[in-house]
Design a protein around this ligand. Structure first.
Ligand SMILES: NC(=O)c1ccc[n+]([C@@H]2O[C@H](COP(=O)([O-])OP(=O)(O)OC[C@H]3O[C@@H](n4cnc5c(N)ncnc54)[C@H](O)[C@@H]3O)[C@@H](O)[C@H]2O)c1
Ligand SMILES: [Zn+2]
Length: 386
């Protein structure tokens, strides 16, 4: 036998920027962010649903690029977004056809403006067209600005499974334009905040304290408070991806997936009626209470976490937790098996020791978890007693 191992190291720059009205005349951020070679082409995809909220956007984008000598806008394409866009390959194929039609090459840019679902689809087209063209993301929801948009995952659903077809690809840049945050439907605006709570709980106790202190501002979706939460959360997520040692998720430890094993299953059990943010909210409540019941987390700290979730008017419980299989076992528990499979065999679930400090465990006691679901049900159905 013979052979040799080679080490291939590729380094990526992960550029995260914050601004307001990126395409307003005089905003130099995009002009300075995009590297120009001759006249690099730029193809912009915008989620169709945004047209009613930002009727001037296409004109602003055209004017912005017409003033730049090094970049040439080849078109603005409006495609459907939301979870529907990930259900089959139609929007992906339309995006790919546009990338081909506009002769986008590896020195060009695909710019995508939309919610997390739209970013996932267009990002997947950008990651696979020409085996990867440069992608600039403009997330437009709380969840996509404070979490998914600053990440490195793209994909669409298939075989009834979320994100079954996809690719890890580091975007060229992410521009969080706060202007988009304040037109979202109220629940979307609010639900994405759970990812900020999550990242605070697993990485930064002081950020959690700040959320507690600013709970009223967050609850009322006060613009400045929401923007600060989004910015701090986005930086935490990006830092974890860049410095956490496992950007492409090869290992089994996933702190950013705190509360997510139940969440993913709840989304599926409700046929995605429950949004990702709401499902994560229930998942975080459950795993937090669980840590207290097994003696890892102080009961007062668990109560603080539940109070923050409730203060944000997000759910700590959902009726889909009651769904049971023919043996009477809660169907959500299948989520544990699926999570184990997804991780490659070994179950690793992060539990909290204190706000800001987590610990990986490899077993979950279903009976204890069952008690947590019951307790949260009582709490959710009689909120006055809390
Ligand atoms: N890639 C990842 O790492 C990752 C991580 C978490 C979640 N996700 C995915 O993200 C998706 C959820 O993303 P989301 O919460 O952003 O929801 P979404 O993309 O489904 O958008 C929610 C709704 O808000 C509308 N909308 C978006 N921006 C708006 C704005 N500025 N003003 C008015 N309306 C606006 C959309 O049209 C849509 O109807 C899911 O598909 C989930 O799987 C991906
Ligand atoms: Zn999430």
């Amino acid at each position: 036998m013979s052979g040799e191992d080679f080490n291939i190291t590729v380094s990526f720059q992960h550029r995260i920027r914050f601004t307001r009205a990126a395409f307003a005349p005089g905003n130099r951020l995009v002009a300075e962010l995009l590297e120009t070679r001759g006249r690099s082409k730029v193809l912009v995809f915008v989620e169709k649903g945004l047209r009613g909220f930002f009727p001037q956007l296409e004109g602003e984008i055209q004017d912005y690029f017409s003033d730049l000598s090094g970049l040439r806008l080849t078109g603005v394409e409006w495609l459907a977004g939301g979870e529907e866009a990930k259900r089959d390959a139609q929007v992906y194929q339309d995006a790919m056809a546009a990338i081909e039609r506009h002769h986008i090459d590896r020195h060009s840019y695909v710019v995508v403006i939309g919610g997390g679902a739209f970013l996932d689809v267009i990002g997947f087209a950008a990651a696979t067209g020409h085996r990867g063209v440069r992608l600039v993301r403009f997330p437009t929801t709380t969840l996509s600005q404070d979490d998914s948009g600053v990440g490195v995952k793209n994909g669409i659903n298939a075989f009834g499974k979320k994100n079954f077809i996809g690719a890890f690809a580091v975007p060229y840049a992410v521009v969080n334009d706060f202007r988009f945050l304040h037109t979202q439907p109220e629940l979307t605006r609010r639900a994405g905040l759970i990812e900020a709570v999550k990242v605070a709980l697993v990485r930064d106790g002081e950020f959690f304290d700040w959320m507690e202190e600013n709970l009223e501002g967050l609850r009322s979706l006060d613009e400045a408070t929401l923007e600060e939460a989004v910015q701090r959360s986005a930086i935490h997520h990006a830092r974890h991806i860049a410095q956490g040692g496992d950007p492409f998720e090869l290992g089994s430890s996933r702190p950013l997936d705190y509360g997510h094993w139940a969440a993913h299953k709840l989304e599926q059990l409700t046929d995605f009626e429950l949004s990702h943010g709401e499902a994560v909210s229930v998942g975080v409540a459950l795993d937090t209470l669980y840590a207290a019941k097994v003696g890892l987390l102080n009961a007062d700290d668990a109560e603080r976490v539940l109070k923050v979730i409730e203060g944000l008017e997000l759910p700590v419980w959902h009726e889909a937790l009651e769904l049971r299989d023919s043996k009477g076992r809660r169907r959500v528990f299948n989520g544990l098996e699926e999570f184990r499979e997804h991780l490659g065999g070994e179950l690793t679930v992060l539990l909290l020791k204190e706000p800001g400090v987590g610990m990986d465990v490899h077993e979950i006691d279903e009976a204890v978890w069952d008690d947590c679901a019951e307790e949260l049900k009582r709490r959710a159905l009689s909120p006055a007693s809390n």
